[in-house]
Design a binder for this molecule. Structure first.
Ligand code: HEC
Ligand code: HEC
Ligand code: HEC
Ligand code: HEC
Length: 442
């Protein structure tokens, strides 16, 4: 989500020249992992924000990804029904064999009628599906596409498969099903600067978490008669110049002017493709409108969290989180040391972004996130914000009542740290070095 404002800037720049553009997403829009039940409400809210941003950016359609399914049938239906972005999947089917969402959509881009159909991965957790998407199954993508293609081909000039099946399967699809012009794939995080060509199908792939955007220029010359890489045309032009200056052309290129010109004309008569993958670095800057959507969304989250604040857990569960205040009396010097570390201020890192109640951020910036008696969205406890003693040493109530009987984790292992210090947020974590910095007896 943090990448949306940059993505919007990129897209605005791309479409500003007026060249007809089709903006697509290959799926898993809402989450990259299976969320627990309490996290779903927040994911749906975030989903609404993402869709609003995508509509504003001009997205036409998105494939239904397998992770999207774990939001649950009701939630996904609600999201799909709330937006002009088409959710496409031809192979996600009800028991009676009918597609759950639109199998395809047809849209006109410039003068070209484009048919776009969606495919979802079969790589789904059957138990989760039974729970959250009952009665729905994922049919084989290839047989589904074969059945759909002839019909769609008749109605359109160009066919795009929007898939979330991985690039390996995309290749198989291109080999087995005739008539797909372009596959816009996802799932496998393949970095494809230039599209692959398998038979007469181009395969492109989205990168993960919108960190980069794939761009494919297709320059049609009248009727589509096969693809030719833009770099090949440029190369042949260059060779022609070399020849005209009396130089030697490279091997594999016709050595006479006539032959080379013929080769170049042939290449030019086909549809020129220029692919690229653009990393969304900070040079793109944040789009103001999309950034303001995110600000409003986070403001709303904060308002809700405030309404739900629970000062402390009064339940009589004997084993519970207490917060670091409960440790001070007996561990004075460690408490003083901890208070000086970044962990003791972890929530304030979120303040400049207004993300203090954003559940994309909270799991690692509070204590006991979503654990029983820990910090939860339903009952946020101010005494459990920041990364406190118990985030590393475990729930403290039993220990506090009888330290002689109940010990705590003496030396929190790397696995605890790595619950938060994952590469996405800390690419330089070193347990041996870093563990000496977090908890010292002064
Ligand atoms: C998976 C755990 C995790 C999540 C989720 C997470 N963070 Fe962090 N965050 C960390 C860790 C670990 C560090 C410390 C990084 C370091 O030591 O360099 C950190 C540090 C930070 C810092 C301060 C260091 C800096 O780079 O300036 C900010 C600001 C921050 N996070 C903001 C956020 C925001 C905003 C979100 C939600 C969009 C978020 N974090 C979500 C784990 C996380
Ligand atoms: C970020 C994780 C982290 C936090 C937060 C943290 N500790 Fe620790 N704690 C450790 C690690 C790691 C060690 C072992 C350090 C070492 O190698 O000396 C440790 C050691 C200790 C020990 C000594 C255990 C022994 O060997 O007898 C005590 C007591 C302790 N911590 C108490 C606290 C208290 C009280 C707080 C909160 C005020 C706290 N810790 C916060 C990670 C943490
Ligand atoms: C009533 C006093 C008291 C309170 C309150 C207290 N501790 Fe302790 N803690 C002790 C004693 C006593 C020991 C054993 C010290 C020793 O053997 O050196 C101990 C040991 C520990 C150890 C070492 C683990 C072990 O089993 O030896 C950790 C970690 C620890 N405490 C963390 C905490 C944390 C976190 C809190 C707050 C939630 C806390 N303590 C609150 C008295 C207390
Ligand atoms: C609950 C999540 C969480 C756990 C568990 C956790 N950390 Fe952190 N850690 C953070 C966050 C978030 C920050 C950044 C806080 C900030 O900058 O505001 C951070 C910051 C740090 C920093 C300071 C980095 C800096 O550049 O200032 C060190 C060092 C560190 N953690 C080491 C550890 C070690 C070692 C462990 C395990 C013993 C551990 N952390 C466990 C979330 C966690």
């Amino acid at each position: 989500m943090g990448g949306l404002p940059r993505r919007a800037t990129f897209i605005k720049q791309e479409i500003s020249d007026g060249v007809p553009t089709l903006i697509l997403d290959s799926g898993n829009l809402f989450t990259k992992k299976v969320l627990s039940e309490p996290a779903l409400e927040n994911a749906v809210r975030k989903g609404e924000l993402i869709l609003r941003a995508m509509e504003t950016m001009g997205y036409k359609a998105a494939a239904v990804g397998e992770m999207d399914l774990y939001l649950g049938r009701e939630n996904l239906d609600r999201l799909a029904g709330s937006t002009s972005v088409k959710f496409l999947s031809a192979n996600l089917k009800s028991a009676n064999g009918r597609p759950v969402y639109s199998p395809y959509t047809i849209t006109t881009v410039g003068k070209i009628k484009v048919g776009i159909f969606g495919l979802t991965s079969r790589d789904v957790d059957v138990k989760m599906m039974e729970q959250r998407f009952p009665g729905v199954w994922v049919d084989d993508p290839i047989t589904t596409a074969s059945a759909l293609l002839p019909k769609l081909r008749k109605k359109t000039d160009l066919i795009v498969a929007l898939t979330h099946i991985g690039v390996g399967k995309d290749k198989e699809l291109a080999r087995s099903v005739k008539g797909i012009d372009v596959i816009v794939g996802g799932k496998s995080r393949t970095w494809l600067k230039n599209p692959l060509q398998v038979r007469s199908t181009l395969i492109t792939s989205g990168y993960f978490q919108g960190r980069a955007m794939g761009r494919l220029f297709l320059s049609f010359r009248g009727k589509h008669a096969g693809w030719t890489g833009g770099n090949r045309i440029d190369f042949l032009k260059e060779q022609l110049q070399v020849l005209e200056k009396g130089g030697d052309v490279l091997p594999g290129v016709p050595g006479d002017r006539e032959g080379l010109t013929r080769e170049l004309d042939k290449a030019r008569s086909m549809t020129r493709i220029d692919g690229d993958m653009i990393t969304l670095t900070e040079r793109f800057g944040d789009d103001r409108q999309i950034a303001s959507f995110i600000r409003d969304y986070r403001k709303e989250l904060k308002k809700q969290a405030q309404a739900r604040v629970v000062e402390s857990v009064t339940s009589d569960t004997p084993d519970r989180y207490l917060g670091s205040k409960a440790c001070v009396d007996c561990h004075r010097t460690r408490s003083a040391f901890w208070a000086g570390t970044a962990h003791a201020r972890a929530l304030s890192a979120l303040v400049p972004k207004g993300a203090e109640a954003d559940h994309d951020c909270l799991p690692c910036h509070v204590t006991g996130y979503l654990k029983p008696t820990g910090y939860t969205p339903a009952a946020p406890r101010p005494d459990l914000v920041n990364v406190q003693c118990e985030a590393c040493h475990g729930k403290g109530s039993l220990h506090v009542s009888s330290p002689d009987i109940y010990g705590l984790i003496k030396m929190p292992p790397a696995s605890i740290c790595l619950g938060c210090h994952i590469a996405d947020h800390d690419d330089d974590f070193d347990y041996i070095r870093d563990r000496r910095l977090v908890c010292e007896d002064l």
